[in-house]
Design a protein around this ligand. Structure first.
Ligand code: SAH
Ligand code: SF4
Length: 409
């Protein structure tokens, strides 16, 4: 991989393959290695635990452990995810003595807001810091005309995958985010806009869609991402439907099937090149899952239809992947797929080795796709002045050295 980085995240997410192919010793060794990338436990120094990120079953189990009836979990769920309350004292449908006991054992946490910046175009970016001090960036991109917008969530601190045009890709993987941390970004963004309680299905929402397109590769942190999204989709809580959620992957083929079957969210695929030769170079994961395998996984993606098309993301790199011949080849590759193409002007970052394609070239590329029947909007860069646009997110986070890690335990 470019930069000589190994991809430890790569082995964390192929449990089926691991079970089928590995010996018990190998499995133990790999799990020990990847455990280094696990999120820290959701416990405060004073022993209280965070309830955010627990699913309904886990929440009920906590209440039973306190000697309470499991149905109380439904009430708590409502307060945490529908009302957005973080203070037990405000949960007035729960008797005061139980509220006090809950407050002794638990918290309803949020990531700490380290910085919040709002761009000239109203895009907002937060640097959130988690309990172990690790940071990620989250972005809200409002619709310029309507009262709605997309929250772009991060799933890892850093990324293993080193795509050549991506700022996050220049940063090593520090660790995976836990479900609470992925979900917590959305809840904290809602706090920032005061959008609680969760609006019902038929009401407009300011934070109306989620794109899992921030830092990291969500399918290399599948379990935590899936758990967070399931909680977000729960009708008695935040209640955002799967149709309003889009997960973007650089092409982790074995997990795409699970994502479609288990979550049913919309899929976006970071294609960016039409030959394996070029894609091997700019999206190095292609060496593992080449274009033909990736497109086969798209063809069988559950739930994809003309009404719910797969989005192919294509970053326009001047003189690299932007010729008309490449546009025609893209049309050929997508033949028969319910697809749309998002043409993304390359967003520069300090030291980036590329320039974005000219407007004329991007327009010619788009015209070929449009003529073939593929909707192919040219994405307007948002929040560039605060480095909040696609692929510009990066934090200074580093993996703690092994010695520091031990000291911290
Ligand atoms: N890891 C996932 C999701 C995060 S990246 C993935 O790769 O799909 C989100 C999107 O931003 C991807 O399509 C990615 O290719 C794109 N991107 C990365 N760097 C970019 C840049 N500098 N300019 C424009 N888009 C970029
Ligand atoms: Fe990782 Fe996506 Fe950036 Fe590639 S584009 S380095 S997969 S975050």
């Amino acid at each position: 991989m470019p930069g000589g980085r190994a991809g430890p995240g790569a082995v964390t997410v192929r449990p089926q393959a691991m079970n089928a192919e590995l010996t018990a010793d190998e499995r133990t060794r790999i799990l020990a290695k990847t455990a280094r990338f696990n999120p820290p436990p959701a416990t405060l120094p004073d022993g209280r635990r965070d309830l955010v990120g627990l699913d309904r079953g886990e929440l009920a189990a906590e209440l039973v452990a306190l000697g309470e009836k499991p149905f109380r979990a439904k009430q708590l769920w409502h307060w945490i995810y529908h009302q957005g309350v973080t203070d037990f004292a405000r949960m007035n449908s729960i008797a005061a003595p139980l509220r006090a006991r809950l407050a002794e054992s638990f918290v309803i946490g949020r990531p700490e807001v380290a910085t919040e910046q709002t761009s000239q175009d109203e895009t907002r970016k937060w640097l959130f810091r988690f309990r172990d001090g690790q940071p990620v960036e989250t972005v809200y991109i409002p619709d310029p005309e309507l009262d709605r917008g997309a929250v772009c969530l991060s799933t890892q601190v850093g990324c293993t995958l080193s795509c050549r045009f991506c700022h996050t890709g220049t940063q090593n993987l520090v660790r995976n985010l836990g479900a609470a941390e992925i979900l917590g970004q959305f809840m904290a963004a809602r706090d920032s806009y005061g959008e609680w309680p969760s609006p019902s299905d038929d009401k407009p929402r300011l934070l109306s869609t989620i794109v899992v397109m921030g830092m990291g590769e969500p399918l290399y942190n599948y379990e935590n991402t899936a758990k967070a999204l399931r909680i977000i989709m729960d009708h008695e809580g935040i209640g955002l439907s799967r149709r309003r959620i889009t997960l973007s992957t650089s092409g982790v083929v074995p997990l795409m099937d699970r994502c479609g079957t288990e979550l049913g969210v919309n899929l976006a695929v970071s294609l960016h090149a039409v030959t394996d030769e070029l894609r091997d170079e700019i999206v190095p994961l292609n060496r593992k899952y080449p274009i033909a395998e990736l497109l086969a996984a798209c063809r069988r993606y559950p739930g994809a239809s003309n009404a719910r098309r797969i989005t192919f993301e294509y970053v326009m790199l001047r003189g690299v992947n932007d010729t008309e011949a490449e546009a025609r080849e893209l049309v050929r590759l997508l033949d028969g797929l319910p697809a749309k193409v998002n043409l993304i002007p390359f967003n520069p970052w300090p030291g980036a080795p590329y320039r974005t394609s000219t407007h004329e070239q991007t327009a010619k590329f788009a015209a070929i796709l449009n003529a073939a029947g593929y909707s192919s909007p040219i994405r307007r860069p948002r929040g560039r002045d605060i480095l909040a646009a696609c692929g510009q997110l990066k934090t200074d986070a580093e993996r703690p050295r092994a010695a520091d890690q031990k000291a911290a335990l």
